[in-house]
Design a protein around this ligand. Sequence first.
Ligand SMILES: O=c1nc[nH]c2c1ncn2[C@H]1C[C@H](O)[C@@H](COP(=O)(O)OP(=O)(O)OP(=O)(O)O)O1
Ligand SMILES: [Mg+2]
Length: 201
Amino acid sequence: MKEVIIATKNAGKAKEFQTLLAKKGVEVKSLLDFPHCPDVEETGHTFAENAILKAETMAEYFHTMVIADDSGLSIDALGGRPGVYSARYAGEEKDDQANIAKVLEELKEVPLEKRTARFHCALAVAMPHRRTVVVEGTCEGYITEEPRGENGFGYDPIFYVPQKGKTMAELTKEEKNGISHRANALAKLEKQWNEIINNGE
Ligand SMILES: O=c1nc[nH]c2c1ncn2[C@H]1C[C@H](O)[C@@H](COP(=O)(O)OP(=O)(O)OP(=O)(O)O)O1
Ligand SMILES: [Mg+2]
């Protein structure tokens, strides 16, 4: 089975990639499988810049193809925040509950119809001696007034998906993978997928 390294230390993301790529006959390793690998500082100003930074740093480290995901939530009423700062919005501890609480507090006075938001995902595929490929995907929704649902990770419990009538955390993993920003980004690699997999090592 082909093996692909996803440059993430986020267990929720890693699980989603495992499911998404299993369909392609690819086994996913994440940085959680390599406890001694270095941390990459996310100094970019866009999701794409950060994804490239993470993918290229780790492709150099592993001497093989690496895919990185930089993603986050962009809320219109907050001028696009938390955006690229989504993971650390409430502090360095990357605490999902604290991040959710901060967003809900900031949106306290904002009525439902003005709580529009979208998830973004930038994927960078870095291969030694080749140009890095970048694709992006989004998923549109609303921020709820309180968290609902137990599935997924991050901001999923407060992200309402109109087409499903549920929060992202109330969707099964199959349902989320049918509509998510991550799945939408990955779909854009479809045509290049065989090339990516075969030239990656
Ligand atoms: O499907 C999602 N459902 C809910 N929340 C999500 C999703 N996708 C990204 N998010 C949130 C989680 C985190 O607050 C931030 C990602 O930040 P981001 O830097 O890309 O990931 P991270 O630091 O958790 O792990 P890593 O950099 O090792 O991949 O956006
Ligand atoms: Mg990160």
